[in-house]
Design a protein around this ligand. Structure first.
Ligand code: ADP
Ligand code: MG
Length: 702
């Protein structure tokens, strides 16, 4: 299916010189690919440099810039080697002099033969690298390049600097990139020629060449024609794919889901509280959509703790009342189980059966669940990704609710919707998504917002403390626990190689056990599901009073009796994540507190983040601060989320392009619905290049 002129770009990175199995692993890590085999040449080429080193000017040593860390190039004669024995702690130094002064090249863990060979005493060499000053003398630790005049002539004067990962240097990656560039074919143009001419953009292949092999430093600027072109390509691929998805969803006719309101009223009557104004309004909007002839595509947005779940529950009850089934999809099985625990008893009051289906339901339990789903006995089905497996068949699925949507991708949503011919879709999210971002993920969903929190909530008191004060924290926690409080203690994932991600939590657990004995529990992602359930149940029941956890509890966990949240290494978390975590407390009417422990020294950004957390608990304000501090690309912690990860486009700098791309996509599909024209065929290539080719299936389907 994929046009064959793309083959060179989809060849494995292994086919490049210098990329063996080890390097392929490293590249996979660098490019966030699961497996080394998944790394294609196109993925490399879409990994853009973030800076450029200019080696075109050779400076006299006496005139080297004083600013620390500048990358400089110097020509000089090798004066002498200040050798040290193998294994010495002090570095090996090589003195290089020109007419104006002396530069020290500094090598730790030196390889003597190699150094003597590349820097023969008395000969001239050109060296380039990062400059440091020590005792007012210039030094260059481990120069990037040590070359003869001849070899220097062959080096690119402008060297792109790439984001790197352990195990690969910029020099090596640069070499691989240059090899990858050679494989780049010229492709038919998919942009409108008028647009391209007006904006002065180069062709796709040319744009990639300009950023990977820059001829001037400007071509890497975010607003260079090359960068704008690539950003636009990426946004257009995204918008085109979304438009196809949307068209596909809308093309199927909806159905009217209406009942007489009795079941909804019954469930509502059993709630221990009354709905807030916002909940009532959101529910009314949802029910109106469901009753309409079109398919519902609605986003329910509300800050953590605003009470989205009960709105979803009532919508699901309404679907059942109308004679259909409803499914609720959660991002983790802890959450699915929690929803089951809170929803099943309420649904039962109205005579509705609720079943659970996650990857953990196996054997007989799974068979029973599948049978209940297929026969329609299960009115409400709660689950995880497992809901979109092929052997899951619904009798008549009318409504799909997706909780904490940002964890799911568009294709997963599609797969689930395919389970019901004309299902309505409700997406719940705690993330206040700015409009530009919303456009990239959802296109044009309708939005209901829960602006206020249920009455009686008290703001969470947040404080910030260095980790050295842990002993004091434990003393205070003991007092609180003795008085009946329950606490979460969150440890971050430690990603340094060789350390298991759960070690931090396990160590903290062991330490807290000495103080709290059996009252402390541990949950993390590597435990078996049963073990995790047992711990969560014990925490819910109050038998466990201090729950040490990794971020598995980040999203959605609801234990209203817990009032203390302690987050260790808080400086490592993003704002959105901290807000989510803090949202686990302050859910009941008792006052709650959140303690952010950090390990100094703090970066300026981390300091700002902690300050924001201390000053506000308004999700919208926090999202805005996040946008300001991190740039939109990272907002929402896109890595673990289903948000599209833009590599070329920057949501802040390229917002104008996004609007353009959206209009462009709409126009393209209006003129050429099946992408059959020559430009349409070129656009299909674009979808492949940016991994939006799932959308091509929809062209055939609908
Ligand atoms: P979120 O929007 O973060 O998913 P939840 O749906 O988990 O929030 O609700 C948070 C808590 O608020 C739950 O314990 C829920 O029972 C409670 N709650 C929801 N609606 C109301 C309400 N109208 N009045 C009082 N408590 C409510
Ligand atoms: Mg929730």
């Amino acid at each position: 299916m994929r046009p064959s002129d793309l083959d060179p770009l989809f060849a494995s990175a292994r086919s490049l010189p210098g990329v063996g199995p080890r390097m392929a692993q490293t590249l996979a890590r660098l490019l966030s690919r699961e497996k080394a085999e998944d790394v294609r040449i196109i993925h490399l080429l879409l990994h853009l440099p973030h800076a450029v080193i200019d080696r075109s000017t050779i400076l006299p040593i006496a005139r080297l810039p004083r600013s620390p860390g500048a990358v400089v190039t110097v020509r000089g004669h090798v004066l002498e080697h200040r050798e040290v024995p193998r294994g010495a702690r002090t570095p090996w130094r090589v003195l290089l002099s020109d007419d104006s002064g002396v530069l020290e090249l500094v090598y730790f863990h030196p390889r003597p033969d190699y150094l003597r060979r590349i820097l023969p005493v008395g000969e001239e060499r050109i060296v380039s690298g990062r400059l440091e000053w020590f005792d007012d003398k210039p030094q260059m630790p481990h120069p990037d390049h040590v070359v003869t005049e001849e070899a220097f002539a062959a080096l690119p004067r402008l060297e792109p600097v790439y984001p790197l990962t352990a195990g690969i240097s910029n020099k090596v990656l640069g070499r691989i990139m240059r090899a990858a560039l050679k494989r780049l074919p010229d492709l038919p143009e998919w942009l409108d020629e008028h647009l391209r001419a007006r904006e002065g953009w180069p062709a796709f292949a040319e744009a990639l060449r300009q950023v990977h092999a820059p001829e001037n430093a400007e071509s890497l600027a975010p607003d260079s024609p090359a960068r704008l072109r690539l950003a636009y390509d990426e946004l257009l691929a995204n918008q085109l794919a979304l438009a196809l998805v949307r068209r596909h969803i809308r093309s199927a006719r909806g159905r009217r889901l209406t009942g007489d309101g009795t079941l909804v009223a019954k469930v509502q009557a059993t709630l221990p509280y009354t709905l807030t104004e916002g909940q009532r309004k959101a529910l009314a909007e949802i029910l109106a959509d469901m009753a309409g002839p079109e398919r519902m595509l609605r986003l329910l947005q509300g800050d953590v703790g605003s009470g989205k779940t009960v709105v979803a529950l009532l919508a699901m009850v309404a679907a059942v009342e109308a004679g259909a089934q409803a499914a609720l999809m959660a991002p983790s099985d802890i959450l699915a189980r929690q929803h089951l625990a809170s929803i099943a008893p309420l649904a039962k009051q109205a005579g509705i059966e609720t079943v659970l289906l996650t990857a953990r339901e196996k054997g007989k339990a799974r068979k029973q669940a599948l049978a209940d789903i297929a026969s329609g006995r299960a009115g409400i089905v709660i689950g995880t990704h497992a809901l979109f497996q092929e052997d899951v068949t619904f009798a008549d699925l009318g409504l799909v609710v997706v909780d904490e949507q940002h964890r799911f991708g568009v294709h997963q949503r599609l797969a689930l919707q395919a389970k019901g011919a004309r299902t309505d879709l409700l997406v719940m999210t705690a993330t206040p998504i700015p409009r530009t971002l919303a456009l990239t993920v959802y296109g044009d969903l309708e939005v209901s917002r829960l602006l206020e929190k249920p009455a009686g909530r008290q703001p969470v008191k947040t404080s910030v403390m260095p980790i050295a004060r842990i002993p004091e924290v434990i003393v205070r926690l003991k007092t609180a626990v003795a008085a009946g409080a329950q606490a979460y203690w969150v440890c971050p994932l430690v990603e340094e190689s060789g350390v298991l991600p759960t070690t931090a939590a396990e160590e903290r657990f062991a330490m807290l056990k000495e103080h709290f004995g059996t009252q402390v529990g541990l949950v993390h992602g590597r435990m078996s599901g049963e073990a995790r359930d047992a711990v969560m149940d014990a925490f819910r029941a109050g038998d466990i009073r201090v729950l040490v956890a990794t971020t598995v509890i980040e999203v959605g966990v609801d234990v209203p009796s817990a009032t203390i949240m302690i987050i260790e290494n808080a400086e490592r978390f993003g704002l959105a994540q901290l807000h989510q975590l803090r949202g686990r407390v302050g859910r009941g009417s008792k006052p709650s507190s959140c303690l952010l422990l950090y390990r100094p020294p703090l970066t300026e950004t981390a300091r700002q983040r902690l300050k924001v957390m201390r000053e506000t608990d308004d999700g919208f304000a926090i999202a805005e601060a996040d946008l300001r501090l991190r740039g939109a690309g990272e907002l929402l912690g896109t890595r673990q989320s289903g948000m599209p990860q833009f590599r070329m486009a920057d949501m802040v700098r390229h917002a104008r392009l996004l609007e353009m791309a959206r209009d462009d996509a709409a126009l393209i599909l209006a003129r050429d619905p099946k992408l059959e024209s020559p430009r349409g065929a070129a656009l299909k290539r674009l979808l492949y290049l940016f991994e939006r080719d799932e959308a091509i299936r929809l062209l055939l389907a609908g």
